[in-house]
Design a protein around this ligand. Structure first.
Ligand code: GUN
Ligand code: FE
Length: 452
């Protein structure tokens, strides 16, 4: 046992597969110097006592209390960092009006780097306090401010995927907030990728550049083609909004005579490292294309309740073999918390399954087999998110990256009721997910390092 290793001893609660929960009581999680889990040793293992004693003697044992639980850190697959000041505001307009009247004016402010730093510092801290250990960010159109976000998350210990937003279509963007032209949008994206890759060389938990056309409406054909070529020629990640709501979906059909998924695929933007946001209007054939290309979907259930005009058929897509994770979509979604999105994911799926219009007969009201349990939604927020970003994240198994949160259900500020009555692991998990607040999140660790 080397002094560079760490050994954590605590109650591990995680979902190694969709629909399967593990609770390993007072297990030992051995973590190497790179922040990777090398082994998980259970109490009934014959080596348990010896490993524990040796770790204690070497001063590398970190013990958590019997009433605390370690859960994997959360992956927020889709968040507009720049929209954080606007969270909770202006949610009553349709998406295109909300973009034009609120969002573009706010995002245009990020040419001011001091403003950008203030917002981004606050946001990353708020996310870490809510156990978002990995975030996939949209920044803004500005190269410098987007790079600030990458530096700030790197410095605060959060794993980040960051995109400089590309939006050059004069017909769908305002004069005060647009890439100058296609050439400069592509040149800035290339420079951004170069800088973030350089930065990432010294960042233990990782910081990655993301090719980020805002969505098809904001971009010219020339730019979509150039970004798709870049996506195919490099190993950079890609993110964009896809078939989010009725307006976007219809706009793309009208402009190209094809569905959003097909358009993005034809431009080369749908690949293994692509994260497509929302995707509410993705039909079965689109789902097959997603599965074939190994592209992932960021399901943003709170935002979708406001802007999507529908509910994502997440269960069907999961069954089709599409990678699905969860996103907050700040500020289409008002909450920075994956806890809140796990709950909304469950609730929206139940409404999708049962239907909402009681004037229809019960059998015609909903979409059968759509419900997701809280355990399944938890999977999406952890291991599902890890698969979407193509990293071994979100579970406590050998070979996974060690990101976790320490939850204490006994804190005075928010003592959770009934835990000594409801003792099945699935009940403990449900209780923790439905009722915890940031007060219960005592510690957060990313890649084996404490960040909160
Ligand atoms: N589509 C294009 N831009 C945006 C955005 O900022 N938020 C959401 N929810 N959808 C978008
Ligand atoms: Fe979004």
């Amino acid at each position: 046992m080397t002094t560079k290793q760490k050994v954590f001893c605590g109650n591990l609660l995680f979902t190694p597969e969709f629909g399967r929960l593990e609770l390993l009581k007072q297990a030992l999680m051995i973590v190497d110097d790179n922040g990777m889990i090398s082994a998980v040793i259970q109490q009934d293992d014959e080596k348990y006592e010896q490993i524990r004693t040796e770790a204690k003697q070497a001063g590398i044992l970190q013990e958590f209390l019997a009433e605390q639980y370690l859960l994997p850190g959360f992956v927020d697959l889709h968040i507009h960092a720049s929209q954080w000041p606007q969270a909770g505001i202006a949610l009553d307009d349709p998406l295109n009006v909300w973009l034009d009247e609120c969002t573009f004016p706010l995002e245009s402010k990020y040419q001011d780097l001091d403003f950008a730093r203030e917002v981004y510092n606050d946001l990353v801290e708020q996310l870490l306090a809510r156990a978002t250990t990995t975030a996939v960010y949209f920044a803004t159109q500005h190269l410098e401010a987007s790079y600030e976000l990458a530096k700030i998350s790197a410095q605060k210990g959060q794993r980040a995927f960051v995109g400089k937003v590309v939006m050059d279509n004069p017909k769908q963007t305002p004069d005060f907030y647009r890439d100058k032209d296609s050439q400069s949008a592509i040149a800035d994206t290339k420079e951004f990728i170069r800088r973030v890759k350089q930065l990432g060389k010294d960042v233990k938990q990782g910081v990655y550049p993301v090719i980020t056309p805002r969505f098809v409406p904001s971009c010219t054909d020339e730019t979509l083609a150039a970004l798709g070529k870049l996506a195919q020629e490099t190993d950079a990640y890609v993110q964009t909004h896809c078939s989010e709501g009725q307006w976007e979906h219809d706009y793309v059909l009208e402009r190209f005579g094809k569905r959003d998924t097909e358009v993005l695929a034809d431009f080369g933007l749908l690949k293994r490292k692509s994260i497509m946001d929302h995707c509410n209007f993705v039909n079965e054939a689109d789902g097959e294309l997603f599965a074939k290309k190994q592209a992932a979907i960021a399901h943003c259930p709170i935002s979708n309740a406001y802007f999507a005009n529908g509910v994502l058929q997440a269960k069907r897509l999961h069954k089709q073999g599409v990678k699905v994770g969860l996103g907050t979509d700040i500020s289409g979604g008002f909450s920075p918390s994956l806890y809140d999105n796990i709950k909304q994911c469950v609730m929206s799926s139940r409404m999708l399954e049962d239907g909402v219009d009681v004037d229809l007969p019960a059998q015609q009201r909903g979409k059968k087999d759509s419900r997701l349990s809280v355990l399944e939604a938890f999977y999406l927020a952890t291991k599902g998110g890890g698969q979407a970003v193509c990293l071994p994240l979100g579970s406590f198994e050998a070979g996974q990256i060690c990101d976790f949160q320490v939850l204490d259900p006994t804190v005075a500020a928010n003592k959770l009721p009934g835990l000594n009555i409801f003792k099945r692991p699935v009940d403990i998990l449900a209780k923790l997910l439905y009722l915890s607040t940031p007060a219960n999140i005592k510690e957060v660790w990313v890649q084996g390092q404490r960040v909160k």
